[in-house]
Every structure is written in structure tokens, then in C-alpha cells.
Design a protein around this ligand. Structure first.
Ligand SMILES: [Zn+2]
Length: 108
């Protein structure tokens, strides 16, 4: 009895919005799997002075915008001494942590 309605423009827009949200989530998940996205996958740096520069050079995974570094922390996770850059994207409000390991490039 229920006649199938043609999708309205509004429904189509909602659909597109849902797809965009899903895409953004997928991108964030992907970024977490890349180098620097998790404590198990830190980016090797020669010195602490490169942490913020490198973090800033990595665009927001959600919108591709420029991020700023809110905090730069030193933490020991397991046996590793890591630096963590907490970045914030003013464009879309996304926050994430990028992990670095220092001294990987130093000669013994
Ligand atoms: Zn963003």
C-alpha cells in the first residue's frame, strides 16, 4: 500500500552529508594508522626542535586544513621515550595527537 516516494532534494542532501561525515571519519581512522598516528608508530626525528615544525606540516586528516600545535609533551610509553604533539585544526575543530621518537637518526 505504501507508495515509494521519490527521494526529495532534501533527502539527497542529507545522504550527501552523511557520506561526507563517513568520509571524514574514514580519513581520521586512516591517519591513525599512518606514521605518527599512534604510540606504536612514531615518526623518527633527530631533535625535539623538529616536533612542532613537523606536526604543523601535517594537514588535518579530516578537512585537509592547516593545524596548530596546542601542546608538546614528553612521555614514556612502554620502553620508548616519545614526544607527542597535540594538534588542533581551527578549520573543522578536529584534534589529534601525533607521536614522535627522538634520536633515531643520531650516530652512535
Ligand atoms: Zn580540519
Amino acid at each position: 500500500m505504501t507508495a515509494k516516494k521519490k527521494p526529495s532534494a532534501r533527502a539527497a542532501r542529507r545522504e550527501a552529508e552523511r557520506a561526507a561525515v563517513k568520509l571524514a571519519r574514514d580519513r581520521e581512522r586512516l591517519a591513525a594508522l599512518e606514521a605518527g598516528g599512534a604510540p606504536e608508530r612514531p615518526i623518527d626525528l633527530a631533535s625535539a626542535s623538529e616536533v612542532e615544525i613537523t606536526a604543523r606540516s601535517m594537514p588535518c586528516p579530516r578537512c585537509g586544513g592547516e593545524v596548530r600545535v596546542d601542546e608538546h609533551l614528553a612521555e614514556t610509553i612502554g620502553a620508548q621515550r616519545l614526544r607527542i604533539a597535540k594538534v588542533f585544526c581551527p578549520g573543522c575543530g578536529a584534534r589529534r595527537s601525533i607521536y614522535f621518537r627522538l634520536g633515531g637518526l643520531l650516530p652512535n
